[in-house]
Design a protein around this ligand. Structure first.
Ligand code: FMN
Length: 164
């Protein structure tokens, strides 16, 4: 069975982590886009509130077909210690019955574990099973440092053994 990395990324950090992983483990990627404008200071506050309240949002693609995949990574930035609304919305539209899932979050400095924990609850409710997870701090990291941190986690967590 194939592996896919499903992610949302507002400022490309989670995207860099996802693309690095995909290259290393030979996985497909699916980027979830949030159709609501999330940029700028005012939208930052609104986005934090949306995340706190677990408000749904319009996403593109609207639905994703995971039937070809046995192992699914789901990655989200940390927003107010919660998953981004685009990821909450996406998980609630997915059939994860019998799927192994690896969850990860990026964060400025803190709250990433709570994001993983909330995603775990949600994927389990939809029949998925979390087999591993990790968080990555992104604050102050340049792209090459993010790539390096991702490769380090890949080794530490032995991620290459899953989905073979
Ligand atoms: C609305 C919003 C809320 C955030 N809340 C947190 C937070 O609670 N804790 C934290 O460490 N970082 C927080 N961040 C920072 C992001 O989690 C971090 O920069 C992340 O790596 C960005 O990923 P991206 O570039 O893929 O969007 C927040 C960012 C935004 C836009």
């Amino acid at each position: 069975m194939k592996t896919v990395i499903v992610f949302y990324s507002r400022t490309r950090k989670t995207a860099h982590v996802s693309k690095t992983l995909a290259k290393q483990i030979n996985a497909d990627t699916i980027e979830i886009n949030d159709l609501k404008d999330r940029m700028g200071v005012i939208n930052y506050l609104g986005s934090s509130l949306d995340a706190l309240r677990e408000n749904k949002t319009n996403i593109k693609p609207d639905t994703i077909d995971l039937s070809d995949y046995g192992l699914i990574y789901i990655g989200s930035p940390t927003w107010a210690s919660k998953p981004a609304p685009a990821i909450i919305t996406m998980i609630d539209k997915c059939d994860l019955k019998g799927k192994d899932v690896i969850l990860f979050s990026t964060m400025g400095n803190s709250g990433g574990l709570k994001v993983v924990e909330r995603m775990r609850e949600k994927i389990e409710a939809r029949g998925g099973r979390m087999v591993n997870s990790f968080t990555i701090k992104t604050s102050g990291k340049k792209i090459d440092e993010l790539v390096e941190a991702t490769e380090k986690i890949l080794d530490e967590k032995d991620l290459k053994i899953y989905g073979i």
